[in-house]
Design a protein around this ligand. Structure first.
Ligand code: MN
Ligand code: MN
Length: 288
């Protein structure tokens, strides 16, 4: 299957640059969501938000308008077909990872999209860093083994090393499972509010479930969970992550749900977050 024909062309931030080190791909999948569907509309809405804000990274002082983005488009998925969609995502991601040498920004979709992405890159990373209110590590959910609430269990079973930040909602089953594993370090939301210092990390992929934020600042998510992180805490942890890792290969932003958002606040927060992440990536590159 020719992989490029599996993508629907889009332009992140209305600023295309084929040579940009900042790659973008959208994965508009949301059919294992158990509460509020709608995250399939997030890639387009996040792009639209990015077109309507300044492309300036406050934390690094970098103007991204000089750099632009190489947007691969949205993966075209077979509706309702979970296995078929995961295969399609893997096919496209394998090829993009091979072609693109810079940072890859992945726009979800539900959190299950992180599973096929990490499957493709797991030999290229030392650590998967997840920001999420939830562990997503149930053995199964409502009779299904592969969905947004179980994907991390699958990756942990496969031996992927995980740092999990910002959690505050657990089922007993997943809490006990996670506590028994030595390939996951959980920094819950109370610990995350203290000034986190991380040890040196190798190559990293970061996954941001937008419900890690407090619902008062990110209302448009499928599974809102009170007592969440503030932007500044999350950004300072991101800065620490970029500082301590040898490289960051990609960052996904998942679970934005435009259908339950308020005034597009969550989409614009996701866009802004990606601009700061891009700034952190470029700043780190220029130091080396
Ligand atoms: Mn999640
Ligand atoms: Mn979550």
């Amino acid at each position: 299957m020719a992989w490029r024909t599996q993508l629907f062309k889009q332009t992140f931030a209305c600023l295309e640059n084929d040579k940009s080190p900042l790659g973008v791909v959208g994965i508009p999948m949301d059919y294992t969501g158990s509460y509020k569907p709608g995250s399939r509309f997030a890639p387009q809405r996040i792009r639209d938000s990015a077109c309507n804000i300044e492309l300036y990274s406050l934390f690094t002082g970098i103007f991204l308008e000089d750099i632009g983005f190489k947007d691969y488009g949205d993966v075209i998925l077979p509706p309702g077909d979970i296995e078929g969609s995961l295969e399609k995502i893997k096919l496209v991601m394998r090829n993009i990872i091979e072609e693109h040498s810079g940072l890859l920004l992945v726009l979800g979709g539900e959190h299950l999209i992180t599973y096929p992405v990490v499957e493709v890159i797991k030999d290229k990373i030392d650590e998967l860093v997840i920001f999420d209110a939830h562990l997503d590590a149930r053995s199964e959910y409502l009779g299904s083994k592969l969905n947004h609430a179980t994907f991390l269990r699958r990756l942990l079973d496969e031996g992927v090393n995980v740092i999990h930040i910002g959690s505050r909602a657990y089922s007993r089953d997943e809490y006990e499972y996670v506590s028994s594993r030595d390939n996951i370090k959980v920094i819950n939301v109370l610990e995350a509010f203290k000034n986190i210092k991380l040890e040196d990390l190798g190559r990293v992929y970061i996954s941001i479930d937008m419900d890690v934020f407090d619902p008062s600042i990110a209302p448009g998510v499928s599974n809102p969970e009170p007592f969440g992180l503030s932007h500044y805490v999350l950004l300072s942890i991101l800065r620490e992550l970029f500082e301590k890792s040898t490289s960051v290969i990609g960052v996904d932003v998942v679970e934005v749900n435009p259908l339950v958002d308020v005034n597009g606040e969550t989409s614009v927060l996701a866009a802004k977050l990606l601009i700061e992440v891009s700034g952190l990536y470029l700043a780190k590159k220029s130091f080396k």
